[in-house]
Design a protein around this ligand. Structure first.
Ligand code: ARG
Length: 460
């Protein structure tokens, strides 16, 4: 047991208590952030005269040595230490002697852990942003390649009206663009430095919090020392944005699973992104899409957990807050893995365009257009709706499509129909006539693609 706080105790900690309390098994994940935070801290301490330049150099050399040795595997982080902060400090003292004991001047583990978690979250948020950008770029390419790929659009999972694959993918494009901008917003609020808040009430040392913040790439120091050590809003916001990303990935996965099924055959997943069955030789399963859908629950779980943990905690720091880490780390790894795999899966899947188009022609997806034809010929919409309903009934009875009816059959139900009804209900016409902002017609999609192009350009 290596603890930082034995002084006022007369007994050893019970082993079970020690184990229950320790966080080294998971907070070792941010050893790098902990060391970088300490380097900034001592740099600041020297600049205000609390440490000499020589002491600062010795401590920084020691810290860099620890970082190097952890990374090259010669120094192992073990559960002999209570947490990552104790590990670094104890190793520093081992290496450089008494001067290492000055590292923790003007600092508490409360503001230290608040800093580490923020630095770690910030780094990971940037990585997730990058992965969302990769996905957005793949979606952009899919849209550009599929302006003419017709498919049915669904409501209630029933064929509704024809759209294009570009338009369908375009819907997800909007979702992921919003996800991206949510991550940017969160970064703006998260990027303030809690170090210098002390345990809760600041410190009596003349710390230059502006400098520490600047050294660590923050916009500035946090404003209230009690809030600084108690705030985990940024974790909640981040997990909320991650949950929304997962929700979007999960919906898209669900569609890919449906499209990849034997019944639909709209897409075929690449062999490298599919799995087989141990018993059924014919099987090629969409496990990746299913796992993305399944793992969404873990990320929601992390969000619910931290919201619940935080809701009853009085100010300022309480040990409950140690619970902010494990599930957040798991959620971060999950979102990163899912984004990367999903992007690979959709960039390698093949579209079965003839099947998609055939499916778009069946199921009366052009019924609304037949009604619109009547409206354009002076029939009130409600009456037109009724007439087309009769047409559909007639076709179901004969097991044919609207396109297969003869003009005489049309006229028997309404004399308004003329030869041009066939063009009006053709698949091309049904899609291409729809050119209001956001619609699937080519002109509208071209504008959407241009807007996406601009969005992507402005990212770099
Ligand atoms: N492991 C602790 C955490 O994650 C570090 C802070 C400890 N502070 C304290 N007052 N015990 O929150």
């Amino acid at each position: 047991m290596a603890q930082l706080w034995g002084g006022r105790f007369t007994k050893e900690t019970d082993q079970l208590v020690y184990n229950f309390n320790a966080s080294i098994s998971f907070d070792q994940k941010f050893y790098k952030q902990d060391i970088n935070g300490s380097i900034a801290h001592v740099t600041m301490l020297a600049s205000v005269g609390i440490l000499t330049d020589d002491e600062k150099e010795q401590i920084i050399d020691g810290l860099n040595g620890i970082l190097r040795d952890v990374e090259n595997g010669t120094l192992e982080i073990t559960d002999k230490y209570e947490d990552i902060h104790s590990f670094v400090e104890a190793n520093l003292i081992d290496r450089i002697g008494d001067v290492g004991k000055k590292l923790h001047t003007g600092r508490s583990r409360n503001d230290q852990v608040a800093l580490d978690m923020r630095l770690y979250s910030r780094d990971e948020l940037l990585e997730v942003k990058g992965l969302v950008v990769n996905l957005i770029k793949v979606l952009h390419q899919l849209m550009k390649d599929n302006v003419d790929t017709y498919m049915p659009g669904f409501t209630h999972l029933q064929k509704a009206q024809p759209v294009t694959f570009a338009h369908h993918v375009g819907a997800y494009m909007e979702m992921f663009k919003r996800d991206y901008s949510r991550l940017c917003d969160i970064y703006e609020r998260m990027n303030y430095c809690p170090l210098g808040a002390g345990a809760l009430a600041g410190t009596t040392y003349p710390l230059d919090r502006e400098l520490t913040a600047k050294l660590l790439g923050f916009y500035g120091p946090t404003a209230n020392s009690m809030d600084s050590v108690s705030d985990r809003d940024y974790v909640i916001e981040m997990l909320s944005a991650f949950s929304t990303i997962m929700m979007h990935l999960s919906r898209f996965s669900e569609e890919i699973i449906i499209w990849n099924s034997n019944e639909y055959q709209f897409v075929e997943l690449d062999d490298s992104y599919s799995t087989g069955s141990s018993i059924m030789p014919q099987k090629k399963n969409p496990d990746i899409a299913e796992l993305v859908r399944g793992k969404t629950g873990r990320v929601y779980g992390a969000l619910t957990s931290i919201l619940t943990t935080m809701k009853g905690i009085p100010l300022a720091y309480n040990k409950d807050m140690q619970e902010d880490k494990e599930l957040t780390f798991d959620a971060i790894d999950t979102v990163k893995g899912c984004l990367a795999l999903f992007t690979g899966m959709i960039s390698t899947m093949k579209l079965n365009k003839p099947n998609m188009e055939k499916s778009a022609m069946n199921g009366f997806t052009n019924a609304t257009d037949a009604a619109d034809y009547l409206v354009n010929h002076g029939v009130p919409f409600r009456d037109a709706h009724g007439i087309v309903g009769q047409l559909v009934l007639y076709c179901i009875d004969k097991n044919i499509a609207l396109d297969d009816m003869t003009l005489d059959e049309y006229k028997a139900i309404s004399p308004v129909f003329e030869e041009d009804i066939y063009k009006a209900i053709s698949l091309e016409e049904c899609v291409e006539k729809r050119n209001t902002i956001g619609a699937p017609g080519k002109e509208a999609i071209k504008l959407a693609i241009e807007a996406n192009e601009k969005f992507i350009k402005e990212l770099s």
